[in-house]
Design a protein around this ligand. Structure first.
Ligand code: GYE
Length: 368
């Protein structure tokens, strides 16, 4: 692109506009234009090849060297990079399973597709890794590949989300959040909040931005909240729609909710990034957020950026989901290395944050 004005400039400098006939000038420009365009394309392609996308770097990561004989080889199949939570979760794996601690890590990003994860697991099996860590995008459809891992004698640790399989001996153990409890906690919090605002018996109109459908985080949060909703006949769920755990999708869904319903009181956002998208859409619609506004938002994850919004009152309560599962996975690996038994299910400890708390102090010392 730079070369085009440059050719024209050269034309002027060389006096073509004065000395040559018009036809000659056009021919000259044409000739150089072609060369410029060709060069542009070439440079463009070169730049493209060299740079790669952000995703390329995360998609696959394998220690550059070959594993040493006594290295513990770990294959991790991650969901994707859809949220702040996910990025923090991935980073924790990278920081935990390091070469200097004697680990050889093969990291595969499933990019939100179960088939990619199945392929990754088969690759791990072929490479005869020592352990597989699977964070499953969805709950079902794992029986066959987990059977293959079991047949190859490779222990599989399910991390974060869960799998639903006929035979639970297909995996060694699971470590993650109790998503059902998170959903219930959110419902119970809302009940108390409405009570305290004198709205305990008023009609309450709710919409839910669900996470990626059929993921444990979505199923648990939706179901847990619904269980509490059943106890409150004055709560009305206007609509559930998935925002796929992303800010962009949630923005679109929230725009649609606002166009469709003019009386939304509460938005349940099944993660923080979707809450960011919802906030954007609500503000653009000219509505006010927070306990003295038109709409309140309840979110899940409680990442630092979202806690800043709790501080501002734009999110009224945020239910924590701890993304630092890697050290617990490491503990499990170490126990298995020593031949010790491990618990089948291990939940991480979690809490919640709301507008009444002193956020500044909390945010300061928060890891993520
Ligand atoms: O809440 C969301 C992420 O599975 C707990 O997935 C995880 C969820 C988390 O993308 O932000």
């Amino acid at each position: 692109m730079v070369l085009l004005p440059l050719s024209l400039l050269l034309c002027i400098r060389q006096g073509y506009f004065y000395r040559r006939e018009v036809a000659g000038m056009i021919a000259w420009i044409k000739k150089h234009l072609f060369a410029s365009a060709f060069l542009c394309c070439f440079l463009f392609l070169l730049a493209g090849c060299g740079r790669g996308t952000k995703d390329d770097t995360v998609q696959q990561q394998e220690s550059e060297s070959q594993p040493d004989e006594d290295d513990i080889v770990i294959g991790i199949s991650q969901v994707g990079s859809e949220s702040d939570w996910r990025m923090t979760n991935t980073k924790a794996y990278m920081d935990t399973f390091t070469e200097d601690k004697g680990y050889y890590l093969i990291f595969e990003d499933g990019q939100q597709k179960q088939e990619n994860q199945v392929k990754a697991l088969r690759k791990f099996i072929l490479k005869d890794v020592d352990y597989i860590v699977l964070d499953p995008i969805v709950e079902t459809g794992w029986d066959t590949v987990l059977q293959e891992a079991k047949d190859a004698n490779i222990p599989v640790i399910i991390a974060d989300r869960n799998v639903l399989v006929e035979d639970e001996s297909l995996y060694t153990c699971r470590v993650g959040s109790d998503f059902l409890q998170e959903g219930r906690n959110a419902g119970e919090w809302l009940a108390k909040y409405l009570e305290s605002r004198g709205r305990g018996n008023k009609d309450i109109q709710i919409v839910t931005l669900q996470g990626s459908l059929n993921s444990t985080a979505q199923i648990g949060r939706t179901t847990g909240f619904a269980q509490i909703m059943e106890q409150h006949s004055n709560w009305n769920m206007l609509e559930y729609q998935s925002g796929d755990f992303t800010q962009a999708k949630a923005y679109e869904v929230m725009e649609y909710f606002l166009e469709t319903y003019d009386d939304i009181d509460v938005v349940i956002s099944e993660n923080d990034n979707m809450a960011f998208g919802a906030i954007e859409a609500i503000k653009e619609a000219g509505l006010k957020l927070g306990r003295n506004g038109d709409i309140i938002i309840i979110s899940f994850d409680a990442m630092r950026d979202a806690l800043r919004l709790v501080q501002k009152g734009e999110i009224v309560a945020d239910f924590e989901c701890n993304p630092i599962t890697a050290p617990l996975v490491e503990e499990i690996v170490q126990k298995l290395e020593r031949g010790e038994a491990v618990e089948k299910v291990q939940y991480v400890e979690e809490t919640y944050f709301d507008y009444r708390m002193d956020m500044e102090a909390l945010i300061e010392k928060r890891e993520y």
